[in-house]
Design a protein around this ligand. Structure first.
Ligand code: ADP
Ligand code: MG
Length: 314
């Protein structure tokens, strides 16, 4: 049983029973949405990072502090939400003052940078695990969901893809080259696209953040929208460093995770109408189509349908 089948079978039924009218969106998107008053919707999401699964043992506590909040805030970016606050539930093996000092410094920097204040938490003893709940808001009805993509629209991504995936094999390097260091920054210090998400409210028809890989996450978006799509692997935005370091740059951009860029859909004329400061952050990679499923444009390479599945067989 894979991760998504597990959720569908045992947990989705709970979200349907006792439906409260204020819950505007339940499981299945980057965040849930709750109407909290006239004119305002609360947008929220919870994410867990486990040592040995989401970050290596002995990983720098400063970097972990930044990374755990960045990863959680990325789901707010995908909904176009304005960040408000977060809670932090920590399971720690011991009270190591050096480690805590570093972690708190990295977390504090990210908290200031993203405009998310710490609002509470919980501490327990055990294997190192971090769970962060992030809260944001949007004007009522304006959150960008995964489910609004329509045939004929274009598919865009922000930034460059594949860099964080390429960093995985460089993590232990003592003296990285300049290009290797650029790649490593994408993994250690991802920047959730909060401002971009906000400026796409009322413009993007659907959005998802790319945490598990472009193919996996775009597939979730298309499925939630009940449509299909075609992308051109030759149009993927790749950094110069990635092209220089990896012959398989395109495959990394398609399938590797941890980039935390946004993948959005919108009508082509809406893209043209955006201010250039927003448009310049986006690359058109394909279009939304009627037939279900995801296909490659003008390319015979087979499409591997995989993202990371915690209970999958890969
Ligand atoms: P993301 O990568 O955006 O954080 P996930 O892949 O973690 O999203 O989760 C996919 C969807 O499944 C989300 O909408 C999430 O709320 C939902 N989900 C995950 N685990 C559970 C669970 N145990 N019960 C209910 N919903 C869940
Ligand atoms: Mg997400």
């Amino acid at each position: 049983m894979g991760e998504f089948e597990l959720i569908r079978r045992y947990f989705l039924p709970l979200s349907r029973s006792g439906k409260h009218p204020a819950v505007l969106l339940g499981p299945g998107d980057d965040c849930a949405i709750q109407r909290v008053g006239e004119g305002l919707d609360l947008v929220f999401s919870v994410d867990t990072l486990v040592q040995g699964v989401h970050f290596p043992a002995n990983y720098s506590p400063e970097k972990l502090g930044w990374r755990c909040l960045a990863v959680a805030a990325s789901d707010l970016a995908a909904m176009g939400a304005d960040p408000v606050c977060f809670t932090l539930a920590m399971t720690l093996p011991d009270a190591d003052a050096n480690w805590l000092h570093g972690f708190s410094a990295g977390l504090s920097e990210a908290s200031r940078e993203f405009g998310l204040d710490l609002a509470g938490g919980d501490i327990t003893k055990g294997p190192l695990t971090l769970t962060l709940q992030v809260h944001g808001t949007v004007p009522s009805g304006s959150a960008i969901k995964r489910s609004g993509a329509k045939p004929g629209e274009i598919i865009c991504v922000s930034g460059t893809l594949g860099d964080a995936g390429a960093a995985l094999e460089l993590l232990d390097l003592a003296l990285p080259t300049r290009q290797q260091a650029q790649i490593l920054t994408h993994y250690h210090a991802p920047r959730p696209m909060l401002a971009l998400g906000q400026s796409l409210r009322g413009v993007a028809s659907a959005a998802v953040d790319i945490s598990d890989g472009l193919i996996a996450d775009l597939d979730h978006l298309l499925e939630a929208s009940g449509v299909g799509g075609r992308i051109d692997p030759d149009r993927l935005p790749l950094s110069d460093a990635l092209i220089a370091l990896r012959a398989d740059a395109t495959d990394l951009a398609l399938y590797a995770g941890d980039d935390y860029q946004l993948c959005i859909t919108l009508p082509e004329n809406s893209l043209e109408a955006l201010p250039s400061s927003v448009r310049d952050q986006l690359t058109v990679i394909g279009q939304v189509e009627d037939p279900k499923g995801l296909r490659f444009h003008g390319d015979s390479r087979p499409l591997r349908k995989r993202g990371y599945d915690h209970f999958g067989s890969q």
